[in-house]
Design a protein around this ligand. Structure first.
Ligand code: AR6
Length: 178
């Protein structure tokens, strides 16, 4: 029975743009502490959502590394944006625990809001400098740990900017039998 429950959460890794995931209920933002627009994922999501996303974020700022908050998605084709502040690599320590906290807290928030389908970017591996393979391991291990606690989330998608990152994430997904 437990095995059947576990296999109900689908995990996939695709190459693409986190701001263009119309079949997902929520998308995750690799945010900055002030929940402002920026480069990378935050830039793409804020540009697509419109200025209301920054306004909504101001109620929650500043974020601490490892923290996640939820807002509306405004002009994005999703119901919600979940904003996570990942650790700056070699600066916010312990970086693996803080990165795991992002995934755990985002999934917890999603589940509490009845979200079924959620798309994540590769948090912290751009401007924040976290090595991609190490980050992918933290992400997949965290999902493996928490997935049996999820009541509503049934589909987790990683949206990677490059095919090289997609392969790294997908290899670790397979290695962990997710
Ligand atoms: N869709 C999916 N992945 C993307 C996209 C996109 N549109 N754009 C970039 N990536 P980053 P961080 C990949 O820098 O490291 C921001 O300026 C990118 O190749 O977005 O957590 C914020 O304002 C990389 O692999 O997030 C913060 O200050 C990954 O997404 C800071 O950067 C994460 O890159 C957050 O840094």
């Amino acid at each position: 029975m437990r095995q059947r429950e576990l296999s109900n959460v689908k995990v996939e890794c695709v190459q693409g743009d986190i701001a263009d995931q119309p079949d997902m209920d929520a998308v995750v933002n690799a945010a900055n502490a002030q929940l402002r627009s920026g480069g990378g994922v935050a830039g793409a999501l804020h540009a697509a959502a419109g200025p209301e996303l920054e306004e909504a974020g101001q109620h929650h700022a500043p974020l601490e590394p490892g923290e996640a908050v939820i807002t509306d998605a405004f002009k994005l084709p999703n119901d919600y944006v979940i904003h996570c502040l990942g650790p700056v690599y070699d600066q916010d320590e312990p970086s693996d625990k803080l990165l795991a906290s992002c995934y755990r807290e985002a999934l917890k928030l999603a589940d509490e809001h009845g979200i079924g389908k959620i798309a994540f970017p590769s948090i912290s591996t751009g401007a924040f400098g976290y090595p991609v393979e190490a980050a992918a391991r933290v992400a997949m291990h965290t999902i493996k740990k928490v997935r049996s606690e999820l009541q509503n989330v049934v589909h987790i998608r990683f949206v990677l900017h490059t095919t090289s990152d997609q392969h790294i994430y997908d290899d670790i997904r397979k290695e962990l039998s997710l």
